[in-house]
Design a protein around this ligand. Structure first.
Ligand code: NAP
Ligand code: G4F
Length: 404
């Protein structure tokens, strides 16, 4: 009897153990399949209704939505920072690239910003289907078209591509607004440029005759007239910001200002190479990118759309820029020779620091750009805050800091 009882209790013990394990497993399976089902429904819901945007918008109470093309560039990155401070939701169009092109906006790829306030989309100004889809999906209040092949010298090597992006890109966006019947809903900013003036009277304002002198300038002039035409023909709130050269620590390294400030920083850190430049006598009206960004937004806040020149009103030569930059590291540059044989010399050591390389000359050059921005100062209540000297010094300082 005792033996039978022992067998039965042993059996009962193993049965209960097995039952426990069985029920625990069943529970795990049930719980995990239920939660995976919930996840799947949630994901489907998000995909179906673009819920990511809806949820965030609902919680965030944005003032407006801005779509920025060229967000990875100098101006796009500053504009995104500026508009985020104004509580905008930012939609940024960035190109697919085999290497990182988000260096200037890395700070937007953070937990509380990415897909909360800043929403990146892959896109290209040469692809109208993708532009239409992004606008349709994101419903922007304002579009800032800053994307461009923006290098004047390069535009002589890639004229067709430059026209495709800089001229037709703007047209594609304007047509997208029309196609989606958003003429009364979306305000459009076009990044126009002082390059459209070319060699003409000085200073240049909104009434100055255009005389573009590069494929870049010709393309930007097409975009300029497209904006004017769509404004008149379809009543779209579209404006051209005719901005003169503006620079800063985020300026592309192949534009002359940043090329100089990087070379000066290199020299200071011990890498004592000669700096090769092109036309030393070209004059530009250099302002600060951070200063100029504000005007883009201000233009879109006006009651009626109109075009504005944005400039400091002071022009300096490439030589003067270089002199000011070397001055920051205690070097006084003196110039000697003429034309392609002109050199910049350290007045103390008599060493040559700057030489001319004809490779940097352009087939057609714009000799002087100097803007008359009285209209912007009057109507936008704007004025430049950063002087030429402070701009150059700030750029050299930042480039030196980057090396240490
Ligand atoms: P930038 O630094 O050269 O930036 C250009 C931006 O456009 C980059 O984000 C670039 O993307 C993007 N881009 C180039 N090709 C594109 C394409 N096919 N599709 C979509 N995006 C494309 O220029 P920026 O100095 O910021 O200037 C901004 C705008 O103002 C430009 O339109 C420029 O022409 C105009 N502008 C500039 C100045 C100035 O002094 N800075 C003065 C007057 C007008 P990646 O990063 O992938 O290259
Ligand atoms: O710095 P840059 O290449 O700027 P550029 O051609 O004035 O164009 C910039 O400003 C325009 C606004 O006016 C924008 F629309 C455009 O997108 C871009 O941002 O050249 C400035 C001047 C030119 O006269 C050039 O010939 O500097 C002269 N330069 C002399 N040596 C040089 C160099 N330019 C470059 N890039 N590199 C040189 O070594």
């Amino acid at each position: 009897m005792k033996f039978i009882l022992q067998i039965m209790s042993g059996f009962l013990y193993h049965f209960l153990q097995f039952a426990c394990i069985f029920f625990v497993h069943i529970n795990i399976i049930l719980v995990s399949s239920a939660s995976s089902l919930v996840c799947r429904i949630y994901r489907l819901f998000i995909q179906q209704f673009n819920l990511k945007t809806l949820i965030d918008s609902k919680h965030m109470k944005f003032k407006k939505t801005a779509l920025i093309t060229g967000i990875t560039g100098q101006d796009g990155s500053h504009l995104a920072d500026f508009l985020l401070k104004k509580n905008y939701k930012i939609i940024g169009i960035k190109r697919r690239s085999s290497s990182f092109n988000t260096e200037r906006i890395n700070h937007l790829y953070k937990k509380d910003i990415l897909n909360v306030k800043y929403f990146p989309y892959y896109g290209d100004l040469t692809d109208s289907t993708n532009l239409v889809r992004i606008i349709q999906e994101t419903k922007p209040d304002e579009i800032y078209n800053l994307g461009a092949q923006s290098h004047v010298k390069t535009s002589f090597e890639t004229p067709e591509y430059t026209a495709n992006v800089d001229a037709l890109g703007a047209l594609r966006l304007l047509e997208a607004i029309r196609l989606l019947k958003k003429e009364n809903k979306i305000k459009f900013y076009q990044a126009s440029t002082s390059e459209i003036f070319g060699n003409t009277e000085i200073p240049q304002n909104e009434k100055t005759k255009f005389n573009p002198a590069s494929p870049y300038a010709v393309s930007k002039l097409f975009a300029y007239w497209s904006v004017v035409n769509y404004r008149n023909a379809y009543n779209i709130f579209a404006v051209n910001g005719i901005l003169f050269n503006h620079e800063g620590e985020r300026r592309g390294a192949t534009f002359v200002t940043r090329k100089i400030t990087r070379a000066v920083a290199d020299y200071y850190s011990g890498n004592k190479k000669i700096l090769y430049l092109g036309n030393l006598n070209a004059k530009r009206d250099w302002g600060s990118a951070k200063d100029y960004i504000k005007t883009m937004w201000l233009m879109l806040q006006k009651k009626t759309p109109t075009d504005y020149v944005v400039a400091t009103g002071v022009s300096k030569t490439v030589k003067e820029f270089a002199q000011e930059a070397y001055k920051y590291i205690g070097i006084k540059i003196i110039w000697s020779g003429k034309g392609v044989n002109e050199v910049g010399i350290d007045s103390k050591t008599k060493k040559i620091l700057i030489k001319v390389d004809q490779d940097y000359f352009r087939p057609t050059e714009v000799n002087e750009l100097r803007g008359d921005s009285r209209k912007a100062r009057r109507e936008l209540k704007w004025k430049p805050e950063v002087s030429f000297k402070d701009l150059v010094q700030e750029m050299v300082k930042k480039d030196i800091e980057r090396l240490y």
